[in-house]
Each structure stands twice: as C-alpha cells, then as structure tokens.
Design a protein around this ligand. Structure first.
Ligand SMILES: [Zn+2]
Length: 266
C-alpha cells in the first residue's frame, strides 16, 4: 500500500508560525501530502480562537488538494494532566495534540533526574486518562532535554505505563521530525539511537504512531526526514504509521480506508 502522508502538526500566524493557513495548505497540496493539520498553540503566550481557525480551514478546504484538519497544540499544564484548552473550545477542534513544556507544574521541581523522568511520564499518562479529546502526544519526551533528563532514564517500566495509557485512551505517539533540536547540545547519533529504542518499544506495545513536522513556516511542511531515520533505526515499517481519518474530508482526495478497500478487490 502506498503511504498516504499526513503532516499532523503545523503552526501558522495564528500562533508563532510565519505563514498563513492558506499557504500551509497550498504547500501540503504541492508536496503531495494527503492531509495537513493546522495545530496552533493554545497557551498563555498566544490567544487562541478555535472558531476563527476552523472557519479559515473550512474556507481553504474549498480549493485544497489535500485534507485539512483544524486542530490545536494544547499544553499539559500540570502532572495531573490538565490541558490548556477550555471545554467550550473542544467542539471546534478536529484534532487535539498535547505537549509538555518546562512550565508543566509538578514535573521538574525534584532535584533527582530519575524522579523528573518519572514525573514526565506521569504527566503524559494522566493527560491521556483525563482528556477524552486528546488524540496525539506532541514530540513526546522533548522536554527531557532542557530538564536535564537523559533519555536512558526512560526505562521499560516507565514506557510500559505510557504505552498502556496511550492504548487504553487511543492516544498516538508522534514522530516529530525536529525532535533532535531540543537535544542538539548532546551527541546526536546517540540521541537518535536512544529515541529509536524508545519508539521501537512503544510501537512494539501496539501504540499508534503519527508523523508531524511541527513546521513554523510553509517551507517545513512535510519534513519527516529525521522521523524516517528513527523509524529505520527502530526497524519499523512505514505502514505502521497510523492514518487519522479527516473528520471533514476534502472532496476528491483519497482517504486510506477507501484505498485499502479498493486494493482488496484486486
Ligand atoms: Zn508544535
């Protein structure tokens, strides 16, 4: 089966991106992506208007050559897993990503890196359990780098907890192609290998994987280069990447379900 590429994590001028929604979607079409999700930040730094984002996505969909998903990248505010989005926003959002940052309360106060690693996992697990709207963990474990937590501290036991919470709540683990950026002061071959170990373990437990460029300008759309390297190192076939069904499909653009049904006939 040919891969139907989906870039499920991008930013626009609605938060800290440089390009507008229309240009991001145009680019995805030109690059031959099947789907682009617009997932601007909802945090204390940006006012987020989901209705406006949804309307702009709907308008752009009329001339789009790919599926368009109107989403958000919410912040996991604390170790209990509360998200930065208000309940009344949820009906306007077709995809919710959740990210930890250095301000996630209760995660980084401990002086022990092992404890901080445990807390990072706990915050993600609680976010999965607490928020039925949460669909994707954005660049999981990126925050380990600035928090001085070595990736080797994410043991099989911790990853088991995370994998279980993801599976039980249908939350995907994102392969974000710029993940290495947070770890750039470390030996990058080692970082890539270690992240591949984590991805391999999580995928082995049956957790869905998704792709995200986290592009902040149209030029970054569909950049999955490092993510693909991780997949290769983890010995995971591209067909393991989950297809997220677009809730408002663009007419005339293929969806994975339809494609699979067709190929079974031959
Ligand atoms: Zn992002």
């Amino acid at each position: 089966m040919t891969m139907l590429w989906q870039d499920l994590h991008t930013h626009t001028v609605h938060s800290d991106g440089k390009s507008d929604i229309r240009l991001m979607i145009q680019t995805a079409g030109v690059y031959g992506l099947n789907t682009i999700a617009i997932t601007d930040h909802c945090s204390d730094r940006y006012s987020f208007d989901p209705e406006r984002l949804q309307q702009e996505c709907a308008a752009a969909r009329k001339e789009a050559a790919c599926h368009v998903i109107a989403g958000v990248e919410a912040v996991v505010l604390d170790i209990d897993g509360h998200l930065s989005i208000a309940d009344e926003m949820i009906p306007h959002l077709e995809l919710v990503l959740g990210e930890l940052n250095r301000k996630t309360k209760g995660c980084f106060e401990s002086g022990h890196p092992e404890q901080r690693a445990e807390n990072i996992i706990k915050a993600m697990v609680n976010a999965c359990r607490r928020n039925p709207c949460l669909r994707i963990l954005a660049h999981p474990l990126n925050v380990a780098a600035p928090a001085g937590v070595d990736l080797t501290l994410f043991t099989d036991d911790l990853l088991d907890e995370l994998a279980l919470a993801c599976k039980q709540n249908q939350v995907a683990f994102e392969l974000m192609s710029d993940q290495w950026w947070w770890f750039r002061t470390q030996p990058l071959d080692k970082v890539t290998e270690e992240y591949a170990r984590i991805v391999s373990y999580i995928a082995g437990k049956g957790v869905e994987l998704t792709l995200g460029s986290d592009a902040h300008s149209h030029q970054g759309v569909g950049n999955f280069i490092w993510a693909m390297r991780v997949l290769q190192l983890a010995d995971i076939d591209e067909s393991r990447i989950a297809y997220i069904m677009p809730p408002n499909p663009t007419p005339g653009v293929a969806i994975a379900g339809a494609k699979e049904a067709n190929s079974h006939e031959h």
